[in-house]
Design a protein around this ligand. Sequence first.
Ligand SMILES: O=C(O)C1=C[C@@H](OP(=O)(O)O)[C@@H](O)[C@H](O)C1
Ligand SMILES: C=C(OP(=O)(O)O)C(=O)O
Length: 765
Amino acid sequence: MTVALRESRILIVGLGLIGGSLAAALRQAGFGRLDSHEAGVGGAVERAEILACDPDADEIARGIEMGLIDRGDTRLETMVEGATLVVLAVPVLAMAGVMKALAACLDRAAPTVVVTDVGSTKAAIREAAVAAFGRMPASLVLGHPIAGSEKSGVAAADPELYAGHKVILTPEPDTDPAATARVRALWATTGAEVLEMDVARHDQVLARTSHLPHLLAFSLVDTLARQDERLEIFRYAAGGFRDFTRIAGSDPVMWRDIFIANRDAVLASLDDFDVGIARLRRAVERGDGDAMLATFDRASHARHYFESLLNQTSYQAEYQMQQHGKLRYRVSPGGGVIGRIRVPGDKSISHRSIMLGALAEGVTEVKGFLEGEDSLATLQAFREMGVAIEGPHQGRVTVHGVGMQGLKAPSGPLYVGNAGTAMRLFAGLLAGQAFDTELTGDASLTRRPMGRVADPLRLMGAEIDTAEGGRPPLHIHGGKALKGIRYDMPMASAQVKSCLLLAGLYAEGETRVREPAPTRDHTERMLSGFGYEVHRDGDTCWLQGGGQLIAAPIDVPSDVSSAAFFLVAAAITPGADLVLEHVGINPTRIGVINILQLMGADLRLENEHEVGGEPVADLHIRYAPLKGIDIPVDQVPLAIDEFPSLFVAAANAEGTTRLRGAEELRVKESDRLQAMADGLATLGVTHTLYEDGIEIIGGHYGGGRIDSLGDHRIAMAFTVAALRAGGEIVIDDCANVATSFPGFIDLARRVGLSLVEESSSEEGT
Ligand SMILES: O=C(O)C1=C[C@@H](OP(=O)(O)O)[C@@H](O)[C@H](O)C1
Ligand SMILES: C=C(OP(=O)(O)O)C(=O)O
């Protein structure tokens, strides 16, 4: 928790860009302004002050002139007296001298003085502190604001320099927590986000993410400049050069110091870089396009992932937000549904293809992989754990399996965006690893229940921390010996079942899961396809831990959950005649087909065959009037993701459609019962909402504006509803359609819907 900044006198030692910007940010936040009274809690009257000490008297004069500091001096001993917080903002190599000087005059400071620094490397500064003070003082909290600019000097001070940036503090085990809290308060006041890590980790992380890129930028610019003495070449330098080398304009002295101070960690990161660049060099030499593509591809995905991590949103959605603000669909009423289309690959199977491929011995070739954000998040997470994955390229992915024990600890949290499947299956798989992991997701996923997996995993011996109410993030402690359990699932969930089976691979003995109703069995099928024995007897499946997976090719069928939107579109539109090719018709997934047929849809399965252990067919649907039905309760888990579109079918059926026993819909990407009920109400569809279901009376309905709540399936369901609406339907917050159905808009237009995508920043908001 961050406490408020209560210092009465802050002394900044070293008034350059970093120290000056700190003063500017504090001033901007109101600290030490004439009209403010931060000093002292209980009514002290003195105004808080910012003082500076710098060897350059001109810098101090400029600082005073700019209103950043109250006064300053070139001698430390005259300034320390009365300071409550001292910030050392001198170059890294000057730190040792300053620490010594400080140690000599600290008795003049307030008894509770806290000292911190801003140095970019920490081990060398800790050494300097120990040399100066004889040990690390409990009131010295080392820190590093990760912000900077290629400019230098107090004249370039920027009050916004730290806003939204990270500041890493590296307290020691015996650092006074109250001192840490005060340094936190200092940085929080500048608008920075304050984190803590240990010194060694800080130096490694910074060597890779900051020091190495600076070294490369300095080197590249220098190499090119030397080759062309008149610098003629820079006349032709385009954006790529500018983007890559901006940081080569940074302060040379500061960077010299950093490379001296963080020598070992920088050399280690340079060694890694050498290996990578040598590999690329060989690929270029040999004209090995595949190798180049594999590298560029991994890098490009990693870059997008990095972006999304920063923004904590799924990556296409994030890109979309950056470019256009929030995405909205504007769907004209009417339209036809005619043609022959193929929807993208199955999301559930795509997730699993990467997971099992990564843990297998050998290389798994996947085709038909869903290039949606959910399954891409799974793919990226395995890259983070050291698995080489090529692609995806038009649905083809090559996973170089590392074996059951071959995953490496990721260097940070694994961010799985919007994907519940990824988080829950990962929980099981990661519980069995030797290393710790943290699983995070976007705002929607962070609201979803994870106790359903954490609780049974704990029974197996896993150690998992969740946020309040069993919500993400999940902290999974590695190195725990798991034991097989017999588990009666309280809800019909394939995610929970799959999570436990994956943990069971790492558990001693047998892991048995009983499901209250059949749920999708892709995990079991794929495990069998990878040579791992999975048994089933009635409602229970089980496996023995300790086996291994052998890579096998995977052909991912089209996703019946995506096909569902077009099945419903055709089912409700007079004159419709549509073929959906190569759709997965696994018996645990065909609830939507069964329900539509019960409602009277003219829906036939053609060209049925099997690919890689999963049945597929072309689905041929023509318009026929629908009638309301009571949805058989045994169909609910088999159609769990298809209800948003089925509700639209119900709104177009004659009579009443009743659904009960579907309380699971309340814990999906949104509360889908509520979200659909609200949208149907907007369109004027008569319905009654229950805790576990809904009754919908079919009939005519109008247009309106719908909030999809960022739920992909709500957005697509109401798009389809427009085919029979009396007016235009506008749907907000649609970017997450890309999580499961990239290209939805194009296919919708291709079959005959009329819609445009627009951003909420455009006219007519
Ligand atoms: O195992 C899977 O791939 C899935 C299982 C279902 O979730 P539950 O297990 O929570 O029902 C489903 O809603 C989800 O889209 C995918
Ligand atoms: C519920 C869904 O997915 P997940 O649980 O993986 O987020 C879905 O795709 O409808």
